[in-house]
Design a protein around this ligand. Structure first.
Ligand SMILES: [Fe+2]
Length: 195
Protein backbone atom coordinates (compact mmCIF):
# COMPACT_ATOMS: atom_id res chain seq x y z
CA UNK A 1 0.00 0.00 0.00
CA UNK A 2 1.29 3.42 -0.96
CA UNK A 3 1.08 6.04 1.77
CA UNK A 4 0.47 9.76 1.11
CA UNK A 5 3.32 12.08 2.03
CA UNK A 6 2.63 14.54 4.84
CA UNK A 7 2.78 18.27 4.11
CA UNK A 8 1.41 19.89 7.29
CA UNK A 9 4.77 21.66 7.72
CA UNK A 10 3.70 23.93 4.84
CA UNK A 11 0.92 25.48 6.94
CA UNK A 12 1.88 29.08 7.69
CA UNK A 13 4.96 28.89 5.49
CA UNK A 14 3.42 29.76 2.13
CA UNK A 15 1.07 32.48 0.89
CA UNK A 16 -1.64 29.80 0.80
CA UNK A 17 -4.30 29.77 3.51
CA UNK A 18 -4.87 26.84 5.86
CA UNK A 19 -8.33 25.98 4.41
CA UNK A 20 -6.89 26.07 0.87
CA UNK A 21 -3.96 23.82 1.75
CA UNK A 22 -5.97 21.37 3.88
CA UNK A 23 -8.49 20.90 1.05
CA UNK A 24 -5.65 20.38 -1.40
CA UNK A 25 -3.90 17.81 0.86
CA UNK A 26 -7.19 15.89 1.10
CA UNK A 27 -7.58 15.85 -2.66
CA UNK A 28 -3.98 14.60 -3.09
CA UNK A 29 -4.61 11.85 -0.54
CA UNK A 30 -7.62 10.84 -2.62
CA UNK A 31 -5.36 10.10 -5.59
CA UNK A 32 -3.14 7.90 -3.45
CA UNK A 33 -6.21 6.02 -2.18
CA UNK A 34 -7.53 5.57 -5.72
CA UNK A 35 -4.17 4.32 -6.95
CA UNK A 36 -4.09 1.76 -4.13
CA UNK A 37 -7.61 0.66 -5.06
CA UNK A 38 -6.72 0.33 -8.75
CA UNK A 39 -3.53 -1.61 -8.03
CA UNK A 40 -5.44 -3.92 -5.69
CA UNK A 41 -8.14 -4.66 -8.27
CA UNK A 42 -5.58 -5.06 -11.05
CA UNK A 43 -3.94 -7.84 -9.10
CA UNK A 44 -7.11 -9.92 -9.38
CA UNK A 45 -8.66 -8.72 -12.65
CA UNK A 46 -9.23 -11.27 -15.40
CA UNK A 47 -6.68 -10.78 -18.20
CA UNK A 48 -8.49 -13.11 -20.59
CA UNK A 49 -11.31 -10.72 -21.47
CA UNK A 50 -9.14 -7.61 -21.97
CA UNK A 51 -10.23 -5.58 -24.98
CA UNK A 52 -10.60 -2.06 -26.35
CA UNK A 53 -14.34 -1.57 -25.65
CA UNK A 54 -14.79 -2.68 -22.08
CA UNK A 55 -13.29 -5.08 -19.59
CA UNK A 56 -12.45 -4.55 -15.94
CA UNK A 57 -8.73 -5.06 -16.54
CA UNK A 58 -8.75 -2.71 -19.55
CA UNK A 59 -10.60 0.07 -17.72
CA UNK A 60 -8.34 -0.18 -14.69
CA UNK A 61 -5.25 0.08 -16.91
CA UNK A 62 -6.76 3.09 -18.71
CA UNK A 63 -7.38 4.94 -15.42
CA UNK A 64 -4.18 3.87 -13.61
CA UNK A 65 -2.12 6.77 -15.06
CA UNK A 66 -4.74 9.29 -13.90
CA UNK A 67 -4.34 8.27 -10.27
CA UNK A 68 -0.58 7.66 -10.55
CA UNK A 69 0.17 10.98 -12.24
CA UNK A 70 -2.28 12.74 -9.92
CA UNK A 71 -0.27 11.46 -6.97
CA UNK A 72 3.20 12.17 -8.37
CA UNK A 73 2.40 15.61 -9.83
CA UNK A 74 0.97 16.72 -6.48
CA UNK A 75 4.12 15.51 -4.71
CA UNK A 76 6.29 17.45 -7.17
CA UNK A 77 4.08 20.50 -6.46
CA UNK A 78 4.05 20.29 -2.65
CA UNK A 79 7.71 19.21 -2.38
CA UNK A 80 8.80 22.49 -4.01
CA UNK A 81 6.76 24.86 -1.86
CA UNK A 82 7.44 26.56 1.41
CA UNK A 83 10.65 28.53 1.32
CA UNK A 84 9.35 31.81 -0.01
CA UNK A 85 12.08 34.24 -0.99
CA UNK A 86 14.74 32.24 0.83
CA UNK A 87 16.23 30.32 -2.06
CA UNK A 88 17.77 31.15 -5.41
CA UNK A 89 18.08 29.06 -8.56
CA UNK A 90 21.48 27.50 -9.28
CA UNK A 91 23.50 29.39 -11.91
CA UNK A 92 23.19 26.42 -14.27
CA UNK A 93 19.39 26.65 -14.04
CA UNK A 94 19.41 30.38 -14.72
CA UNK A 95 21.71 29.86 -17.71
CA UNK A 96 19.51 27.12 -19.15
CA UNK A 97 16.37 29.24 -18.66
CA UNK A 98 18.05 32.14 -20.50
CA UNK A 99 19.19 29.81 -23.32
CA UNK A 100 15.76 28.24 -23.63
CA UNK A 101 13.52 31.29 -23.28
CA UNK A 102 15.74 34.28 -24.12
CA UNK A 103 15.52 35.70 -20.62
CA UNK A 104 14.23 35.03 -17.11
CA UNK A 105 11.21 37.23 -17.74
CA UNK A 106 10.59 35.47 -21.05
CA UNK A 107 10.39 32.17 -19.14
CA UNK A 108 8.11 33.54 -16.45
CA UNK A 109 5.76 35.00 -19.06
CA UNK A 110 5.67 31.67 -20.89
CA UNK A 111 4.93 29.66 -17.74
CA UNK A 112 2.18 32.06 -16.72
CA UNK A 113 0.74 31.96 -20.24
CA UNK A 114 0.66 28.16 -20.14
CA UNK A 115 -0.91 28.22 -16.66
CA UNK A 116 -3.53 30.69 -17.88
CA UNK A 117 -4.31 28.54 -20.93
CA UNK A 118 -5.35 25.36 -19.20
CA UNK A 119 -6.96 23.74 -16.27
CA UNK A 120 -4.59 20.99 -15.45
CA UNK A 121 -0.86 21.38 -14.99
CA UNK A 122 1.77 23.75 -16.32
CA UNK A 123 5.11 22.00 -16.09
CA UNK A 124 8.68 23.09 -16.66
CA UNK A 125 10.47 20.07 -18.08
CA UNK A 126 13.92 19.30 -19.47
CA UNK A 127 13.73 18.03 -23.02
CA UNK A 128 16.72 15.71 -23.60
CA UNK A 129 16.09 15.71 -27.37
CA UNK A 130 16.40 19.47 -27.90
CA UNK A 131 18.50 19.77 -24.73
CA UNK A 132 16.46 22.69 -23.53
CA UNK A 133 13.87 23.56 -20.95
CA UNK A 134 10.33 23.48 -22.21
CA UNK A 135 6.88 24.38 -20.91
CA UNK A 136 4.49 21.43 -20.94
CA UNK A 137 0.74 21.86 -20.55
CA UNK A 138 -1.15 18.88 -19.19
CA UNK A 139 -4.78 19.32 -20.11
CA UNK A 140 -8.00 18.24 -18.43
CA UNK A 141 -6.65 14.86 -17.34
CA UNK A 142 -3.48 14.06 -15.45
CA UNK A 143 -2.18 11.93 -18.26
CA UNK A 144 -3.14 13.89 -21.39
CA UNK A 145 -0.44 16.06 -22.90
CA UNK A 146 2.58 14.87 -20.98
CA UNK A 147 5.81 14.76 -22.97
CA UNK A 148 7.50 11.39 -22.45
CA UNK A 149 10.98 11.06 -20.99
CA UNK A 150 11.17 14.70 -19.87
CA UNK A 151 12.07 15.17 -16.20
CA UNK A 152 9.78 17.65 -14.45
CA UNK A 153 11.49 20.56 -12.70
CA UNK A 154 8.41 22.58 -11.74
CA UNK A 155 4.84 21.31 -11.45
CA UNK A 156 2.30 24.11 -11.23
CA UNK A 157 -1.20 22.94 -10.37
CA UNK A 158 -3.80 25.02 -12.18
CA UNK A 159 -6.83 22.90 -11.48
CA UNK A 160 -9.45 25.13 -9.85
CA UNK A 161 -9.25 23.19 -6.58
CA UNK A 162 -5.68 24.46 -6.12
CA UNK A 163 -6.76 28.08 -5.69
CA UNK A 164 -10.49 28.89 -5.74
CA UNK A 165 -11.05 28.42 -1.98
CA UNK A 166 -8.62 31.27 -1.32
CA UNK A 167 -8.40 33.27 -4.54
CA UNK A 168 -11.80 32.70 -6.13
CA UNK A 169 -11.36 33.07 -9.89
CA UNK A 170 -8.38 35.39 -9.50
CA UNK A 171 -5.87 33.03 -11.07
CA UNK A 172 -3.22 35.74 -11.56
CA UNK A 173 -2.91 36.24 -7.77
CA UNK A 174 -2.61 32.49 -7.31
CA UNK A 175 0.18 32.32 -9.89
CA UNK A 176 2.05 35.13 -8.15
CA UNK A 177 1.69 33.35 -4.80
CA UNK A 178 2.97 30.11 -6.32
CA UNK A 179 6.09 31.64 -7.84
CA UNK A 180 6.68 33.63 -4.63
CA UNK A 181 6.77 30.44 -2.58
CA UNK A 182 8.72 28.22 -4.96
CA UNK A 183 11.75 26.52 -3.40
CA UNK A 184 14.52 26.98 -5.97
CA UNK A 185 16.85 24.62 -4.14
CA UNK A 186 14.45 21.79 -4.92
CA UNK A 187 14.05 22.92 -8.54
CA UNK A 188 17.83 23.23 -8.95
CA UNK A 189 18.40 19.74 -7.54
CA UNK A 190 15.90 18.33 -10.02
CA UNK A 191 17.69 20.09 -12.89
CA UNK A 192 21.15 18.90 -11.80
CA UNK A 193 19.80 15.32 -11.66
CA UNK A 194 19.03 15.52 -15.41
CA UNK A 195 22.72 15.99 -16.29
FE1 LIG B 1 -4.22 19.70 -7.13
Amino acid sequence: MLKPKQYEHLLGRTPFSKPQLLAHFKLYEGYVAKLNAILGKLGKADRAGANYSFAEYSELKRREPVAYNGMVLHELYFDALGRAGRTRPAESVKERIAESYGSWNGWLKDMKAAASSCHGWALLVFDPVEKKLKTNMVQSEHHVGLFVNTPILIALDVWEHAYTIQFGINKADYLKAFFDSLDWEVVSRRFLATA
